[in-house]
Design a protein around this ligand. Structure first.
Ligand SMILES: [Ca+2]
Ligand SMILES: [Ca+2]
Ligand SMILES: [Ca+2]
Ligand SMILES: [Ca+2]
Length: 334
């Protein structure tokens, strides 16, 4: 009897996993399906940066291809800060605003301030389309809240990507607790239905690692034309294992890692073969004693100081290292 039950459960699990996989295919799940990141995280502004969020806000951009003309929705999973998923400090007493922007001023390719990277600049650029404040609220706990519908033409048009750009800002308005959440860009208000050709990106990625030794998280920056080297910066990694950079040219370069409440930076050379493709930043957890509930921030800049975009669905796909077999021939012994 027990065996039948567990077989049944296994089949349901397979079905559900297949369903989840299918619904994440298009890359409008944030974090994306290849990233293996459970949640984004933002702390209330009275939080401590040593908990893993350096600035108490997070900005994500969504791009919707011009060809898509129907309404769409931005769905937030677990927007509240309480109950399931969230990081309590004392008791849950924090408030978070989620705000969606469209129109001129949103596109970060045209407006540097919109990226939200520099302290003191107003990153709330564009037209406010919708906004809501969440506290500890059972009705939104472990559930979706849906913003929209929005019309694609309400976005800020980007000629290069032939897409309308939208922005969502999550800000820790008050309190000290950590809000964990995810986004989904959907063509349906009640279900996660991806939009073909859409994507999401950010310039400062604040996320939570799984509490699992074997779990490897990935983020995928896009290397644009003209990039010669990049400066990586990671914050509050808590000495939690290794951060490796993999590309079609790099088998896995280890970069300096940060400890508690500090930034660690280094320069990484970029080869011509890596231009116009994505890099794979891999986050491998330390073995032995588990670093629990690790939140981390990552930013990248090129040699000119321009920030790189991290795409939820990597541009050109997940990069795979191509061994240089001709170069690695073993030299004969003298
Ligand atoms: Ca608290
Ligand atoms: Ca919750
Ligand atoms: Ca939450
Ligand atoms: Ca941390």
């Amino acid at each position: 009897m027990k065996i039948i039950k567990s077989k049944y459960r296994f089949l349901i699990l397979i079905f559900l996993l297949g369903f989840i996989y299918a619904s994440f295919l298009e890359g409008q799940a944030v974090p994306g399906k290849d990233e293996n990141i459970p949640f984004l995280v933002t702390f209330g502004k009275s939080g401590k940066t040593s908990w893993g969020d350096n600035d108490f806000y997070q900005i994500f951009f969504f791009s919707v291809l011009k060809d898509y003309t129907k309404p769409f929705y931005i769905r937030v999973f677990d927007p509240d800060c309480g109950g399931e998923n969230d990081e309590i400090q004392g008791d849950f007493n924090s408030k978070f605003s989620f705000s969606v922007y469209g129109g001129k001023g949103v596109d970060p390719d045209k407006n540097e301030d919109s990226k939200g990277l520099d302290k003191g600049v107003n990153y709330r650029t564009g037209n406010l389309l919708s906004s809501k404040v969440f506290g500890s609220e059972a009705r939104y706990d472990n559930k979706y809240y849906t913003f929209g519908p929005f019309n694609p033409s309400e976005g800020d048009f980007n000629e290069r990507w032939n897409s309308y750009i939208f922005k969502i800002v999550c800000e820790g308005v008050s309190g000290d607790d950590g809000n964990l959440y995810r986004f989904f860009l959907s063509r349906d208000g009640n279900n996660n239905l991806p939009i073909e050709g859409a994507n999401a990106f950010t310039y400062a990625y604040t996320f939570r690692m799984w509490n699992d030794f074997k779990s490897v998280a990935h983020i995928y920056p896009f290397v644009d034309t003209g990039v010669v080297f990049i400066k990586q910066s990671n914050f509050d990694w808590d000495n939690d294992g290794k951060i490796l950079v993999v590309s079609r040219y790099k088998q896995g370069i280890e970069v300096p890692i940060s400890n508690e409440n500090v930034w660690e930076s280094s320069n990484i050379p970029i080869e011509p073969a890596e231009v116009n493709s994505s890099l794979d930043f891999q986050f491998h957890k330390r073995q032995g004693e588990l670093v629990k509930n690790n939140n981390v921030v990552v930013t990248l800049k090129n040699q000119r100081g321009d920030a790189l975009k991290f795409y939820s669905s990597p541009i050109g796909g997940v990069p795979v290292y191509i061994p240089k077999t001709n170069i690695t021939k073993i030299a004969p012994k003298k």
